[in-house]
Design a protein around this ligand. Structure first.
Ligand SMILES: C[S@@+](CC[C@H](N)C(=O)[O-])C[C@H]1O[C@@H](n2cnc3c(N)ncnc32)[C@H](O)[C@@H]1O
Ligand code: SF4
Length: 375
């Protein structure tokens, strides 16, 4: 499968936890958008296939963009690629950007999936995170999306906040369930050094959640989603029926993708590359035909490690035959040898030559995956 990712590196406000690439000064917005268009045209031959199954506007805050700016990019994609009839076309949206008019316009230009960054349905949590919206706006944004006819909707929530009680987290989950949305991305808070929370932590003003509480949040997440028919198909992702995120699943299955815009990553099966995350550098380089990315050719070891890292995040898991076919016997033998350590532990499932993490394993996935790497 092949996808296109477009990174919109602008936000109206700094959320306390976020270390994605964005700028709250919007003065370079038009220039960046022009350059993304130019980058797209310059790189039409980057992907081995011209047929695109997924397009994803991520950020930053793509819903900061006017319909005109979004459709200019989409039209360029339609002009230079073959977009599959059933392509999934997602826009990440912040609740306070969502109006009924904007939603109808998004539909009319072909956006067919929304990923709404709600984070919490509780006003105290939202203030703590420095979000732009209230809980009422969050709920209303989902209702409006339904009203405009969007069925394929994801909601992002964050748990594991130091002051989030189990009861409040369960209420968040119940509100999510009541909104009848087919997809949930629920992320455990990660306190990153270059964020406001990272600063508070260094100053001793923030203590991270206790591991037992964090495990209890995770347990509630699994229980509530399971009881309501959601599949836990990736560490942080849950969906009903077949409503997987096609775009993200393509990353986890090591499909090809081109990433456009500052800080975007690309992978074409041979190499990985990533654009500069300085907006002004990106603009200057694109306008003067200079290089704006770093590139890395992948060794067999790195390709194998990438395979383990991405596949074990999902419920589909890794497969012995596929490993042998893609990387050869040497890597399969190593993998099987390392797996022996987990034989009697409740963290890994092995059945019919498929290896996947159990729910317990997913909670400590980073540690397990690292131990299975080729080093
Ligand atoms: C790149 S953000 C973009 C979403 C959109 N701009 C918004 O805020 O609504 C994607 C998601 O990552 C999650 N996220 C970002 N930083 C995080 C962190 N430090 N810990 C946990 N989740 C985080 C949030 O749930 C966020 O909605
Ligand atoms: S969470 Fe979203 S809105 Fe907040 S700073 Fe990060 S990208 Fe911007």
């Amino acid at each position: 499968m092949t996808g296109i990712y477009i990174h919109i590196p602008f936000c109206k406000k700094v959320c306390n936890y976020c270390d994605f690439h964005f700028s709250v000064s919007l003065k370079l917005k038009d220039k960046v958008m022009e350059c993304i268009g130019k980058e797209l045209v310059d790189r039409v031959d980057y992907l081995p296939s011209k047929t695109i199954e997924t397009i994803y506007f991520g950020g930053g805050t793509p819903s900061i963009l006017s319909i005109k700016k979004l459709s200019t990019i989409l039209n360029l994609i339609y002009k230079h690629f073959i977009v599959s009839e059933h392509a999934e076309i997602t826009l990440e949206a912040n609740p306070d950007d969502i109006t009924i008019e904007y939603l109808y316009d998004l539909k009319s230009i072909g956006i067919n999936r929304l990923s709404i960054g709600i984070q919490s349905f509780n006003d105290d949590d939202l203030v703590w995170m420095n979000r732009r919206h209230t809980a009422a706006e969050a709920i209303n944004s989902v209702k409006l999306s339904h009203e405009a006819g969007f069925e394929n909707i994801n909601i992002d929530l964050i748990y594991g906040l130091p002051n989030l009680t189990l009861e409040r987290w369960k209420q968040n989950l119940e509100t999510f369930i009541s909104l009848q949305v087919p997809h949930l991305s629920a992320y455990h808070l990660s306190v990153e050094p270059k964020t406001v929370l990272g600063y508070y932590k260094r100053k001793g003003k923030l203590t991270e959640i206790d591991e037992n509480d964090s495990l209890a949040h995770y347990g509630a997440l699994l229980d509530v989603t399971k009881a309501n028919g959601y599949k836990h198909y990736e560490i942080s992702n849950f969906c009903t029926n077949e409503n997987f995120s096609k775009h993200n699943t393509n990353y986890w299955k090591q499909g090809h993708y081109i990433g456009l815009g500052p800080s975007a990553h690309s992978y074409n099966g041979i190499s990985r590359q990533w654009n500069t995350s300085v907006n002004s550098q990106y603009i200057k380089a694109i306008e003067t035909n200079q290089s704006y990315f770093d590139i890395e050719q992948l060794t067999d070891d790195e390709r194998f490690n990438d395979y383990i890292l991405t596949h074990l995040r999902t419920s589909w898991g890794a497969n012995f035959e596929e490993i042998c076919m893609l990387f050869g016997d040497k890597y399969l033998t190593h993998f099987k040898q390392e797996l022996k350590k987990y034989k009697d532990l409740p963290t890994i499932n092995i059945s019919n030559d498929y290896v996947s993490l159990t729910d317990k394993g997913m909670f400590v996935s980073d540690k397990i995956i690292e131990e299975l790497f080729w080093v």
